[in-house]
Design a protein around this ligand. Structure first.
Ligand code: ADP
Ligand code: MG
Length: 451
């Protein structure tokens, strides 16, 4: 609730008001009951101002949100209150020039020592069911680095916004604390940093740098698999940072336990904080993303064109962006407005490749292999669960990935009725919500099929 409150006020107020009055507020976890919440304010001014101007508003929002009255009280932060520390401005330090070799070996350049790309922000990150947990976790961590969850571990397939999200955290923290020592590093770069420290016998300097960060963002940590020296160094860095309440954020293409060649002690540490997934976006979210990107590019994109693109490009956001760029380039090239016909023309080749690849036979074969049953079970009359569930999975995926009608799909599954297909499709979608294994299988199969 508090997160959505923050969201609301962020939109309602100007940035300065929001940063001054609302952002420093923290919820006191100890004095937080079902009908009373205590907010901690960093000082008397904030407390008074919020009391006078905001409490009534927040209580109204809570009433709408929970359907009952919740009272909000304010309390001043104690000087030694850990939560208050983060809202104080960080002590001003004169930035120190790192020793020359150190800079050469471990820093990506003086221009951008954090390695962050300022274009990745929370503001231009579109939210939907597929990423709302990850985003909520990321916002919490960005607001209280080192305190909320440590580490934050974000995992999911390619092009689903992991890099965008962790860089958004970095940018957010940087904006709120100009002195924060932040480092975004791709895991491959970290590996090569270790190699170069090894070559120069410079592990002391390596440690000095990595262990003194306030925020370390490691992207695509699956690249650590099998690299023992890297894992050892990272283990030290991780411990040093976590012990001093410095924030560590990690992304990966799989769940920690599934990273091949990763030491057990890292696997378990990765699970200490919050582990959240980003999933492939659903249709409406893909449309929202397209509209947002178009808006950013100042291009006109009608909703029906956005729907057309979103319907056909389903794999991930990166490809969605690619398709949009292609449409834009084509429209400039021919000097015509973007219409549905123009989009169809621009994406003709792309779509042809897709529909060739994902045939219903392909789906049946892939799903049968995945569950280790025979392809013939896909059209057999057998109803035992061992074959019935994979069959439903294949039907659901056929519905998702092809443009075939329900009767067409039924036909391909041994002449089944379209209601059977619909039932299977609905069943799988229900299970995807209640049973994480089914959901994981579904997503994995989609990824496999899309190549
Ligand atoms: P990943 O790191 O998971 O492979 P990226 O973060 O590189 O994916 O995302 C690929 C592209 O898609 C980037 O340009 C990113 O800005 C964009 N993107 C991904 N998810 C979203 C989203 N939810 N809203 C807006 N853009 C997104
Ligand atoms: Mg990435």
């Amino acid at each position: 609730f508090w997160l959505s409150c923050l969201d609301h006020f962020r939109k309602e107020l100007n940035a300065q008001q929001f940063n001054t009055w609302i952002k420093p507020l923290q919820i006191d976890p100890e004095l937080n009951s079902d009908d009373e919440v205590v907010l901690i304010a960093p000082n008397r001014f904030v407390s008074q101002w919020v009391k006078d101007n905001f409490i009534a508003h927040i209580e109204n929002m809570a009433l709408m949100y929970f359907g009952k009255k919740i009272q909000f009280h304010l309390k001043l932060a104690e000087p030694n209150d850990a939560k208050a520390v983060i809202v104080k401005a960080a002590p001003v330090e004169t930035p120190q020039e790192p020793p020359v070799e150190l800079k050469a070996a471990y820093q990506p350049g003086r221009k951008n020592p954090s390695g962050l790309n300022p274009n990745f922000t929370f503001d231009n990150f579109v939210t939907g069911k597929a990423n709302q947990l990850a985003r909520a976790g990321a916002i919490q961590v960005a607001e209280s680095p080192g305190i909320a969850y440590n580490p934050l571990f974000i995992y999911g397939g390619v092009g689903l916004g992991k890099t965008h999200l962790i860089q958004a955290i970095g940018n957010y923290v940087q904006e709120n604390n100009k002195n924060a020592k932040i480092r975004y590093v791709h895991a491959e770069k970290y590996v090569s940093d270790v190699v170069s420290a090894y070559q120069h016998k410079a592990f002391d300097k390596f440690k000095l740098y990595y262990h003194s960060l306030d925020l370390l963002l490691v992207d695509d940590v699956q690249f650590f698999g099998g690299k023992n020296r890297t894992q050892e160094e990272f283990f030290y860095a991780f411990n040093a940072l976590i012990e001093t309440h410095k924030q560590v954020i990690i992304t990966c293409d799989t769940y920690p336990k599934e990273i091949t060649g990763l030491e057990e002690r890292l696997v378990s540490r990765f699970g200490w904080g919050l582990t959240v997934a980003v999933e492939p976006p659903e249709l409406e979210m893909r449309v929202a993303i397209l509209l947002k990107k178009a808006f950013q590019e100042k291009m006109r994109l009608d909703e029906n064109v956005a729907f057309f693109i979103a319907k056909h490009i389903r794999s991930n956001v990166r490809e969605l962006e690619g398709a949009l760029k292609r449409v834009l380039a084509f429209s400039r090239f021919v000097g015509q407005e973007i219409t549905l016909d123009l989009a169809k023309e621009a994406l003709k080749d792309l779509l042809a490749v897709q529909s060739r690849q994902i045939s219903i036979e392909n789906i049946q074969k892939t799903v049968a292999d995945y569950y280790k049953i025979k392809v013939s079970e896909m059209y057999s009359k057998k109803r035992s669960r061992i074959v019935a569930r994979p069959r439903q999975m294949a039907m659901a995926i056929a519905k998702e990935l092809t443009a075939l009608s329900l009767p067409d799909i039924g036909e391909a599954f041994g002449g089944r009725d379209h209601t059977t297909v619909l039932h299977g499709y609905r069943k799988i979608n229900e299970l995807r919500i209640s049973d994480p294994v089914v959901n994981r299988d579904f997503n994995a199969l989609i990824l496999i099929l899309r190549g």
